[in-house]
Design a protein around this ligand. Structure first.
Ligand code: AMP
Ligand code: MG
Length: 705
């Protein structure tokens, strides 16, 4: 077989248009072209997806590269179907048949009607079932009531693939039937459009420049789940890893996997990689050390100019992941660190049943009706001082809070509720079995996961870990974040300031912010608006830190050297985020380190750092994505907000209402210091009256990672 040069994996969906924002259960395309892995692409509907496939095929052909495209739905049906449907034993005749009958559009399609129509060609009921529509469809049962149609329920390959679905099932979680009916016509159009250049595996010999191959990400589920644990959208991981796996397999192994002889039922097709799951996973798995971030990880999709805040956040969330190494620390040093793996209880909490109060313990079955008198045994059970023997039935023993329940004791009475005298206790009846005791493991069972990877360890977490016997914790190394201020006008506070010069206010602010977020701040000082000096500072940052925050010089002007340099490095997206304050936000990669080019204006710099850099740094640090917690409170102000941009106002809470700083001027640092949080106003226009609910986010909810 002639080797392939490029690989794509398509995650198909039969649903309707899924909107502009990348989300799961939509169409996704992962590509490795000519050895270069691309960020997975989100395709909101099938029209876009088909266009993307056409573009991909054209581009790869123009580049003279052989292309293999994996698709996640069956290419054939159980044996005998093609003959019954088309009168020919040819699976591709089914493709033609479906293409001629499926009408499709971004918002609706006729797949259920076509399935009902096919059922009418068979005796009995079925084989297709499940109607996802409100209206009844002749011939298509809503539930699996099929009988007598004479078709097998699954193909040979489906029977061998754990967790796969039957192509007859048209809907319900995990079903693929709808995708087949809608997907095959799209692939068939590609076959006709690029006639002779597209071969369908395993029905045709793979000699054409493009191969369509049925592939199923379920086969590499473990690898996908591992990747997913670090965040991101499942479908994106599926297509990325599958394309990567196909690309990384040695050519001879790939050829061997493609030479499957589905001889038993050739018209049914086959699932690529079936029986070779482990090998496929080894090929696609993320290596244990975090791989470098991709240079184009901040690139915006073509044609995007104004990026809404939520989309910018979704892009960051999708493209960044932990870049730090791991270490093991004693409990006492792990506070504020990010847990690098799930940890499980070595011991239950409480380890043994014990008493929750100071009092007297006995067996509940010692009690009779009404008021009680029980003789006391000698001795006492205390925390750390267990009672040595067993307490006989009909006797009570003195117990102190935290003491393990002695043998023979299952119930405790509070000392305030008894009268003590002559070596006996008297108390009222009506105590339930187990009163005032704690069961062994009632808080945490031994072996239970107590904290998950990505957790930023709180003081309480350390108590929990200690209680269940953990002395050391696996944590991520601290993320190092470098801070650089840029601008000819800047001087250090305390220095002599000539006319026109200002003190560098951003650097102390950002350094302190990073430390409060739990990262290690690396101060790289100020640089003038000079490209060579800035280049040297960025080089240093990439060498000494995992990420870099700059302020100033982020727009597109002559003196905006941050964006110019990142641009020249070819790894830059000058995001015009629809955000006030702080539109120009330069994001790029420098020497493998993500650079957040914040605006120079201190108000905008802080808002952009809180809204964008904070969650991104969290991801890089291993802590996973987290949105700041805001809540709705009545506004103390009136304001008219124009549509188009999200706005953040400097605010604070007084008497349960959100006050807003009297000036929105973005140079007013005093307002930043006055504020205790931000009021977040939505992207759309708004008329706010005093007392209307507005969203308030306290600054504290941005800190601690
Ligand atoms: P720039 O984004 O470089 O055009 O800067 C925008 C505004 O922020 C200008 O008025 C700068 O003087 C000011 N600025 C930039 N960096 C700082 C800084 N580190 N401290 C205080 N103000 C700054
Ligand atoms: Mg400047």
């Amino acid at each position: 077989m002639i080797p392939f040069d490029s690989f794509a994996m398509l995650d198909w969906s039969s649903g309707n248009d899924t909107g502009p924002r990348p989300r799961r259960d939509a169409i996704w395309l992962g590509c490795v072209r000519g050895g270069v892995e691309e960020a997975p692409r989100y395709l909101r509907n099938r029209v876009e997806a088909e266009a993307a496939l056409v573009d991909l095929i054209e581009a790869e052909r123009a580049a003279g590269r052989r292309l293999l495209i994996g698709c996640d739905f069956p290419f054939g049906f159980p044996a005998g179907f093609a003959l019954r449907l088309t009168g020919r034993d040819d699976p591709l005749a089914v493709w033609d048949w479906l293409e001629a009958r499926i009408e499709d559009g971004p918002r609706a399609n006729k797949r259920f009607d076509v399935a009902g129509g096919i059922n009418a060609l068979f005796p009995g009921i079925g084989p297709f079932w499940f109607n996802g529509l409100k209206r009844e469809i002749a011939g298509l049962p809503r539930r699996d009531t099929r009988t007598g149609h004479g078709m097998a329920d699954r193909r040979r390959a489906d029977r061998d693939a754990p967790g796969s679905f039957s192509a007859w099932q048209m809907g319900g979680a995990g079903a693929v039937g709808g995708q087949v009916l809608i997907g095959l016509p799209v692939l068939n159009r590609l076959r006709r459009r690029f006639a002779g250049a597209v071969a369908v595996w395993p029905f045709e010999a793979l000699e054409a420049p493009v191969a369509l191959v049925e592939a199923w990400p379920g086969l590499i589920n473990r690898a996908v789940r591992r990747a997913e644990a670090a965040g991101g959208i499942r479908d994106a991981h599926q297509v990325r890893l599958m394309a990567r796996g196909m690309a990384r397999l040695p050519a001879a192994r790939l050829a061997a996997m493609l030479s499957v002889e589905a001889a038993e039922a050739p018209e049914e097709g086959w699932i690529f990689g079936l029986g070779h799951e482990e090998e496929l996973m080894r090929a696609c798995d993320d290596p244990l050390a975090p791989p470098p971030l991709r240079d184009d990880c901040f690139a915006l999709p073509a044609g995007v100019e104004w990026t809404p805040v939520d989309e910018a956040l979704a892009l960051l969330r999708d493209r960044l992941r932990a870049v730090v190494g791991k270490e093991v620390l004693p409990l006492g040093q792990a506070g504020g660190r990010v847990l690098a793996a799930d940890v499980t209880a070595r011991r239950a909490n409480p380890p043994e049943a014990n008493t929750a109060v100071d009092g007297y313990g006995f067996a509940h079955q010692s009690l009779g009706e009404g008021d009680q008198v029980l003789p006391l045994v000698e001795g006492c059970a205390a925390a750390g001082g267990p009672y040595p023997g067993a307490v006989p039935e009909g006797y009570a023993v003195r117990v102190l809070t935290g003491a393990a329940l002695p043998e023979g004791v299952d119930t405790v009475i509070l000392q305030e509720d008894v009268t003590l005298g002559q070596g006996r206790i008297a108390f009222r009846g009506g105590l339930r079995r187990g009163a005032n005791t704690r069961r062994a493991g009632e808080d945490v069972a031994a072996g239970a996961v107590v904290l998950g990877a990505g957790r930023v360890l709180t003081p309480a977490d350390l108590a929990l870990c200690a209680a269940v016997g953990l002395a050391d914790l696996p944590v991520y190394e601290r993320l190092r974040v470098a801070v650089i201020s840029t601008g000819d006008e800047l001087v250090e506070p305390g220095e002599e300031a000539a006319p026109g010069q200002i003190f560098d206010a951003n650097r102390p602010m950002l350094l302190s912010l990073i430390a409060q977020m739990g990262h290690e701040a690396v101060d790289l000082g100020r640089v003038a608006d000079d490209r060579a000096a800035l280049r040297a500072a960025l080089d240093r940052g990439a060498g000494e830190a995992d990420a870099i925050l700059t302020s100033g010089g982020a727009s597109a002007g002559d003196e905006d050297h941050v964006s110019a340099l990142l641009n020249a490095a070819g790894a830059m997206a000058e995001w015009r985020v629809a955000l006030k304050p702080g539109r120009p936000l330069a994001l790029g990669m420098w020497g493998g380190a993500p650079v957040f080019g914040l605006p120079g204006n201190p108000v905008a710099a802080l808002v952009c750092a809180l809204i964008f850099a904070r969650p991104a740094l969290r991801l890089l640090s291993g802590a996973g994505w987290a949105a700041p917690q805001g809540f709705d409170v009545p506004a103390a102000i009136a304001k008219t907000k124009k549509p188009g941009r999200r706005e953040f106002l400097r605010a604070r809470l007084r008497e349960g209402r959100a006050e807003v700083f009297h000036s929105e001027g973005s140079g007013r640092i005093s307002g930043l210091s006055w504020a205790e949080g931000l009021v977040e106003l939505p992207d759309h226009g708004l008329e706010i009256q005093p007392g209307d609910a507005v969203r308030y986010i306290p600054f504290t909810s941005f800190l601690g990672g």
